[in-house]
Ligand binder design. Structure first.
Ligand code: FES
Ligand SMILES: [Fe+2]
Length: 444
């Protein structure tokens, strides 16, 4: 007897076999694309200082092929990759005094792209005045090399977030490559619910048990930022985590190892980062892991595991075995497996995705009308990222079902938010002291 046929009407595979295209406005970043040109108006990390040794390195950033090198005068060049003479790649060039010489006919370019010498040409060749190799200005800061790739007349100040200047914190640079579009990596920062599942309940606990508790969540936009506050009841405490992103591709997350067991007021940043497109289907996260005795009091973090394609947080690179990725899946494979460029038209977003939707809207608005730039006090832009743990035994009824919108927890999160935002105009030390004092008053 033949097997009975399944009820084919219930299966949607054939109806869904043809996929719509990606949304190019936010995902495409090549030259002349709206998002790409918005990113070019901001300083972007392009490599680690430690990558610049005795040989030039080939890079692709925002779809542009580039070569970076450090010359003996300790100046960094970031040049278009193909030599202005006849196109040989400068990755095969020789680093020399004041710049680099192309391997093919020895043309010598300075770090600003000036043609200093064309040895096969007469000394008075007009080429020396006429030719300029494409080049970008760079600034090296705390182990990261930043470039400005926008129009020279619109170069902004170098970013100066407060978290780049903490006295008691070591900033350890890192770079993580991802085989997918930048946006699906960046928007993970406004998706706090994935921590409950991906990092906690779907496999091994990758951070601490507390991350597996369902939080109440508040997302908000202010100026160039999109932020979230998650508030979790952990025993007699409420743990509020405040994370932010800034237009276009900056992001920051609070310390990683929080377990909510002891009161804590305005403990700052675990990682500061930029998600930088390599091209439309690859990107880097460049950033710093923050290390200090108080952030690392549990002894879990390890600065020696932070660098090029390594981070001391589980699941941040594609360098684990496939079976391990299947059994204990990390951020890297969750993000990359959305496809080379995630197709938004295929998604079914719910209330837990409000931050992702808000971020996409914020990016589109920022392309059309630049967001208000952040304020600066004593040369620093205040950021808000922090962990706060308040002593608040059972602010809600025990029978309340944990959802994203438990009013008692949301109210605590909002109190933390307003205390932190209200202190933006103060000088850094006074600001910190005032926020800590006011947050302490929220504990009972
Ligand atoms: S191609 Fe570079 S010097 Fe000729
Ligand atoms: Fe994550």
């Amino acid at each position: 007897m033949n097997p009975a046929l399944p009820d084919a009407q219930r299966f949607m595979g054939h109806a869904k076999r043809i996929k719509p295209a990606e949304e190019p406005l936010l995902t495409h970043t090549q030259a002349d694309s709206p998002m790409g040109e918005a990113m070019r108006l901001h300083w972007q990390p392009v490599c680690l200082s430690s990558q610049l040794k005795d040989l030039p390195i080939a890079l692709r950033i925002l779809g542009e092929d580039l070569v970076a090198f450090r010359d003996p005068q300790d100046r960094i060049g970031l040049l278009h990759k193909h030599c202005s003479h006849r196109g040989a790649s400068l990755e095969f060039g020789r680093i020399t005094d004041n710049g680099i010489r192309c391997c093919y006919h020895g043309w010598h370019f300075g770090h600003d792209g000036s043609l200093l010498d064309a040895p096969a040409e007469p000394v008075n060749s007009p080429l020396l005045k006429q030719v300029k190799q494409g080049a970008y200005p760079v600034i090296e800061f705390k182990g990261l090399v930043f470039a400005y790739m926008g129009p020279p007349t619109q170069m902004p100040p170098f970013p100066s977030f407060d978290s780049m200047h903490f006295d008691d914190v070591d900033l350890v640079p890192y770079a993580l490559s991802h085989d997918c579009n930048w946006l699906q990596v960046h928007e993970n920062l406004m998706d706090p619910l994935h921590a409950v599942f991906l990092h906690s309940r779907m496999g091994e606990v990758q951070l601490t048990q507390a991350w597996g508790e369902m939080p109440a969540v508040e997302w908000f936009e202010q100026g160039d930022r999109v932020c979230y506050l998650t508030s979790r009841q952990i025993g007699d405490h409420v743990w509020v985590r405040f994370n932010e992103v800034a237009f276009p591709n900056f992001g920051q997350v609070a310390g990683f190892w929080e377990d909510g067991s002891t009161a804590k007021y305005f403990e700052r940043v675990g990682a500061t980062r930029w998600t930088v497109p390599i091209d439309n289907t690859h990107c880097w996260i460049f950033g710093w892991r923050h290390f200090s005795p108080s952030l690392e009091a549990k002894g879990i973090g390890n600065a020696r595991q932070v660098g090029l394609n390594q981070l001391d947080i589980y699941g941040q690179t594609g360098e684990r075995g496939y079976e391990e990725m299947q059994r204990n899946t990390g951020d890297w494979e969750a993000e990359v497996s959305q496809g080379p460029i995630a197709i938004h038209a295929l998604e079914n977003k719910g209330s837990s995705d409000r931050g992702v939707a808000m971020l996409r809207r914020h990016l589109a608005q920022g392309i059309a009308n630049p967001h208000q730039p952040p304020s600066c006090v004593e040369g620093q832009t205040p950021t808000w990222t922090c962990n706060v743990v308040l002593h608040r035994p059972h602010p809600m009824r025990q029978d309340v079902e944990m959802t994203l919108s438990v009013p008692e927890l949301l109210a605590i999160g909002r109190s933390v938010q307003s205390i932190i935002l209200a202190a933006d105009g103060l000088a850094p030390n006074a600001r910190h002291a005032r926020i800590v004092a006011q947050l302490q008053s929220l504990s009972v």
